[in-house]
Write a protein that binds this ligand. Structure first.
Ligand code: GLC
Ligand code: GLC
Length: 644
């Protein structure tokens, strides 16, 4: 079949008997141009997913009507943004970009109050704000908002949809891009679709994966991982009301949607476009690896998951092209890369860099980090990494076992060591972390803890050891220096800029105590902000040091659109990479992951192609004809040509 020809035929038919909202001539013509351009792609994807169904054409018709309706409803200001972004599609690669992720309530109280915090964000240099899910969700445990009961309603405690629209406008005015979650793998069991399914409506039971008995679940189960084994074994939950087993990859109250059903694709597209029309500029695709189920596989990263995401992306290109996707694939590094493409996810978390930064801190050895980045850092020049050191989730040790093997590291044993190290079970560890999701069957676990506590500040303060405090501060700044310079959008996790320590109060809260991720979901208090204003405090050193790095980044275009090369330092303690851009600017970053001073041969400076260079962090000059570069414990150097 000639898919291009068929898609054109199909579109002509669809356009002939469309029933769309009345649009102005101008609006209609923009919509039609985009539709004609994108339709062949969209058609091909949907045909691959649903072309075998007798009612395929019906669902296409419905989908086009939804796209037209959403375009019709898209506010003028956002249509203007669409035009701007189409001219400047690589906006997220700029050196000005700085992200922050926060919970509305923990950061500000509610959405209205968050507006008043914009100056705080601007002071830090934030240009991208990811608000953790703020939609209507079940009372008590809602997986931190990741169980959504209504995508079109804001959680009452946080405000209203109108508050959110206001906030989006205020952020846009301040030059901050709003990022929202698109939680599309599952809904909560209180979503109206799930309620209808529980009431026995077949149409809605088909929205989910529901089974009368264990026969099919047991077959799937043979190949599935368990994500939260501490709260429930297996991937299914018995629902009394419906008298059926329901597929629940995460918590029992999070029901996986059934994307084999085109009605689900269409319905979720409408929700997605509603979010786009609120004024966000990126959607974070939550748990995207899990959206397609295929018997006999682990039901993660399936080909059709990619097809689905590309189809969603096409819908955005037609209706709201200013909005980009951010992939949240916390899976094997090779699989992470597959989601990153201009027509799939333009942005992606970089979980490999995150995990290996912590791995190198524990081992003081950067070989696995360097080797892994050499293999997996390069992505399409149209796309960008979102580099982070901590987020609201646990740390899982997602490195490639083959790469580890080449370095003589046994992946399984190494993960065990890292878990021991970061949960304080390894003698001499600086970290204060908490084990998460321990699996009684295989002993696996993951790690929770705030950035500062994992980096040693909590222990150092407890033992009142000035040198350890100094080391912890230096570690924190050094690891931030990497995410700020390696290429992509650096993403801070709210509170880390002030060095907040673990908050153990969740252990007293019934709705939280079974989920240790709450240890690092910490309220931002005025005391914390004040403490960071005290020049003697570690928190002051962290927040001032971080601000300085951010300002330096924003002052040098080489931190923006440039190529990155991992550099061999001949010293396992030191991680290095170089960057250069089209205007001939060079940057060399050196990071000492050990608490001892390190010495490097200054040959390494030759990549800068200059006689003299400057470490812009401390303004020190270095000469290429000096024999050695001396690095302080946990020192980070940002070296540029002296004449730059
Ligand atoms: C994502 C979120 C995590 C949540 C899960 C289920 O991975 O980051 O917090 O538990 O999805 O929605
Ligand atoms: C697993 C999932 C990831 C999720 C996390 C939550 O690592 O792959 O998507 O964020 O669990 O703990």
């Amino acid at each position: 079949m000639n898919i291009l020809l068929e898609s054109q035929r199909c579109l002509d038919r669809l356009l002939a008997d469309e029933s769309w909202p009345q649009m102005s001539q101008a609006a209609r013509s923009v919509f039609e141009i985009r539709l004609r351009k994108e339709f062949p792609k969209l058609f091909a994807k949907l045909f691959a997913l649903y072309g075998h169904r007798y009612d395929f054409y019906y669902y296409l018709q419905q989908l086009l009507a939804s796209l037209a309706q959403a375009y019709h409803e898209r506010p003028r200001a956002l249509k203007l943004k669409d035009k701007q972004r189409l001219v400047d599609p690589h906006w997220y690669q700029s050196e000005d970009m700085l992200g922050m992720a926060c919970y509305v309530d923990l950061f500000a109280g509610n959405i209205k109050q968050l507006k008043a915090k914009i100056p705080y964000l601007l002071d830090l240099g934030v240009t991208y704000l990811h608000l953790m899910p703020l939609y209507d969700s079940p009372k008590g445990d809602s997986d931190g908002g990741y169980a959504v009961s209504d995508y079109r309603k804001v959680n009452e405690q946080l405000g209203t949809v109108d508050d959110l629209k206001e906030l989006a406008k205020a952020l846009e005015k301040a030059g901050i891009s709003l990022v929202l979650d698109f939680v599309f793998n599952h809904t909560s069991d209180e979503h109206r679709w799930a309620k209808a399914a529980q009431a026995g409506e077949l149409e809605y039971q088909e929205y989910f994966h529901m089974f009368d008995d264990r026969t099919i679940p047991d077959q799937y189960e043979q190949h599935l991982r368990e994500i939260f084994p501490q709260v429930r074994r297996g991937n299914y939950t018995w629902n009394e009301k419906a008298n059926k087993w329901v597929w629940t990859t995460f918590n029992s109250f999070q029901w996986d949607l059934n994307y084999a059903n085109p009605a689900v694709f269409n319905a979720i597209t409408e929700e997605m476009l509603f979010l786009a029309n609120l004024g966000c500029e990126a959607l974070r695709l939550d748990a995207l690896a899990f959206i397609w189920k295929e018997m006999g596989t682990n039901c993660e990263n399936q080909d059709k998951a990619h097809t689905l995401i590309q189809a969603f992306n096409s819908c955005l290109q037609i209706t709201a092209p200013a909005v980009v996707f951010k992939s949240e694939a916390i899976v094997h590094p090779d699989e992470v890369l597959k989601y990153i493409a201009k027509d799939e996810c333009q942005l992606s978390y970089n979980p490999l860099l995150m995990a290996l930064i912590w791995e190198s801190l524990a081992t003081r050895n950067t070989q696995l980090l360097s080797q892994s980045m050499r293999k997996s850092f390069a992505i399409s020049p149209d796309c960008a990494w979102v580099n982070y050191v901590r987020c609201h989730d646990d740390i899982g040790w997602t490195f490639d076992d083959d790469v580890a093997q080449q370095l003589g590291i046994n992946g399984h044993d190494h993960r065990q060591f890292l878990n021991q190290f970061y949960t304080g079970r390894f003698a001499g560890s600086f970290a204060s972390g908490v084990a998460f999701a321990e699996n009684p069957s295989n002993g696996d676990c993951r790690v929770c803890g705030s950035l500062a506590s994992l980096a040693g500040l909590e222990k150092a303060i407890q033992t009142n050891n000035p040198q350890h405090i100094q080391h912890a501060v230096a570690r924190i700044l050094m690891i931030h220096s990497i995410i700020l310079s390696i290429g992509g959008v650096p993403l801070l996790y709210s509170g880390d800029e002030l060095g907040l320590l673990n908050d153990y109060s969740y252990q007293q809260d019934n709705s939280k105590q079974h989920d240790d991720r709450w240890v690092h979901r910490i309220g931002l208090t005025t005391q914390a902000i004040e403490q960071a204003n005290h020049p003697q405090s570690a928190q002051y050193a962290i927040s001032q040091g971080l601000k300085r790095l951010i300002n330096l980044r924003q002052d040098h275009t080489v931190f923006g659109q440039s190529a990155t090369t991992i550099v061999d330092t001949n010293n396992a303690h030191v991680f290095a990479f170089s960057r250069h851009n089209e205007t001939g600017e060079h940057l060399l970053v050196l990071c000492n992951f050990s608490e001892n001073p390190q010495r490097l041969n200054s040959q390494i400076l030759h990549s800068l192609a200059t006689q003299a260079c400057k470490n812009i962090i401390n303004e020190q000059l270095l000469k290429t004809h000096d024999l050695h570069i001396e690095m302080q414990p946990y020192e980070a150097m940002w070296l540029v040509n002296h004449d730059q």
